[in-house]
Design a binder for this molecule. Structure first.
Ligand code: ATP
Length: 300
C-alpha cells in the first residue's frame, strides 16, 4: 500500500501546479485522468505463495490479448501477441491510435484485458500482487512533470532512502552531470515552475533517473515527442541504450535514432501487431515501417 501511495503521489503533480496555466493545466488534466484510472483499478488479488523479490530484469509476453476500454467502446487490442525477452531494448512503434499506450496501461493494470494472457517475468499479471507488480515497473511519461522543489528532491521523490552514491550514479547514468554543474546550486537548485526551467530532454532524463532509483525490473518509457537539440537527442539515446544493458526497457519510440538502436521493434497497427524485427529487417520487409521511418517518427 505504501508503494502504491508513493506511486500515486509520484504520478500526480501538486495541486498548485494545476492553476499555473497551459502546460500545468495539461499536466493537471493528465493527472485527473490518471486518478480516474486509478479509481477504476481492480481489487488487489490475494498474494500467491512463492513470490520472489529480486531485481533481475523481467521479460513480457502478450498472448492474443483482447481489450476494450468499456463495453460500449470499440475493441482496442484485437488479439495482440508479442514477446519482450528480459534485458535489452524493445521499441513499440505504429501510427497514432494503434494501441501502444494501451500496452503500458495494461502492464500497469490500470485496466483488465478481456481475454488472452499477459505475462511479466513468466507470471500472469493477474497473479502478481498489484503493489509488487507496480514496484517492479518503472514508468516514464512522455511529458514527465518536474515537481516544484530542488533537483535532488525531484530525483529522490519516489525513493527517499537511496544512498548518496546511488543518487550520484543515477545522475551519471542519465548524463545529468552537465546539468548539475551548470545549475547555480547543483542538486540543491530549485527547478520546475518556481525555479530553473529544464528542457524537454532534461526533464525526461530527470524522470528516467527518478525511475531508475526505484530499481525497476522493467522500464516503460514513453519517449518525449518534443523536438530536442542534437546534444539532448544524443544524450537521451545514450541513456536509453545504457539503461537497457541493465534492465528491460520497453519504449514507445518517437525517434528514428531510438529504433535504430533497439534490439527489436514491434510494429503495431489497428490494434494488432503487424511485424516484429530489427530496423534493418523491417525497412526491407514492412511498408508501414518504411513510411514511419521516412517521417522520422516524430509526427506519428
Ligand atoms: P498515440 O501514439 O496517439 O498515443 P497509441 O498507439 O498509443 O496512440 P492508444 O493511446 O493506446 O494508441 O489508443 C488506442 C485507442 O484507444 C484509441 O482509439 C484511443 O482513443 C483509445 N483510448 C486510449 N486511451 C483511452 C482511455 N483511457 N479511454 C478510452 N479510450 C481510450
Amino acid at each position: 500500500l505504501v508503494a502504491f501511495l508513493l506511486y500515486l503521489f509520484y504520478l500526480v503533480p501538486p495541486i498548485g501546479q494545476l492553476v499555473q496555466g497551459g502546460v500545468q493545466l495539461q499536466q493537471g488534466l493528465a493527472a485527473m485522468k490518471r486518478i480516474k484510472e486509478i479509481e477504476d483499478l481492480p481489487a488487489e488479488p490475494a498474494e500467491p505463495t512463492g513470490v520472489h523479490d529480486d531485481a533481475q530484469p523481467v521479460g513480457v509476453r502478450f498472448e492474443d490479448v483482447v481489450f476494450r476500454y468499456g463495453e460500449d467502446r470499440p475493441i482496442v487490442h484485437q488479439g495482440v501477441s508479442f514477446e519482450v525477452p528480459p534485458g535489452g531494448l524493445t521499441a513499440l512503434v505504429g501510427p497514432s491510435g494503434a494501441g501502444k499506450s494501451t500496452v503500458f496501461a495494461l502492464l500497469e493494470r490500470f485496466y483488465e484485458h478481456q481475454s488472452g494472457r499477459i505475462l511479466v517475468g513468466g507470471r500472469d499479471i493477474r497473479e502478481w500482487p498489484l503493489g509488487e507488480l507496480r514496484g517492479a515497473l518503472g514508468y516514464v511519461e512522455q511529458d514527465a512533470p518536474v515537481l516544484a522543489g530542488t533537483l535532488r528532491e525531484n530525483l529522490l521523490f519516489a525513493a527517499p532512502d537511496v544512498t548518496e552514491d546511488e543518487l550520484l550514479r543515477a545522475v551519471t547514468r542519465t548524463r545529468l552531470d552537465d546539468l548539475v554543474e551548470r545549475l547555480p546550486e547543483g542538486l540543491e537548485t530549485a527547478v520546475g515552475h518556481r525555479g530553473v526551467l529544464l528542457s524537454g530532454g532534461e526533464r525526461q532524463r530527470v524522470a528516467i533517473a527518478r525511475a531508475l532509483l526505484r530499481k525497476p525490473r522493467l522500464l516503460l518509457l514513453d519517449e518525449a515527442t518534443s523536438q530536442l537539440d542534437a546534444v539532448n537527442e544524443l544524450r537521451l539515446r545514450e541513456v536509453i541504450s545504457e539503461v537497457a544493458r541493465e534492465t528491460t526497457v520497453l519504449v514507445i519510440a518517437h525517434r528514428l535514432s531510438t529504433v535504430t538502436n533497439a534490439d527489436r521493434i514491434v510494429v503495431m497497427e489497428g490494434g494488432g501487431v503487424r511485424a516484429v524485427g530489427t530496423h534493418a529487417s523491417l525497412v526491407g520487409a514492412d511498408e508501414l515501417y518504411r513510411e514511419l521511418a521516412a517521417t522520422q517518427f516524430l509526427v506519428s
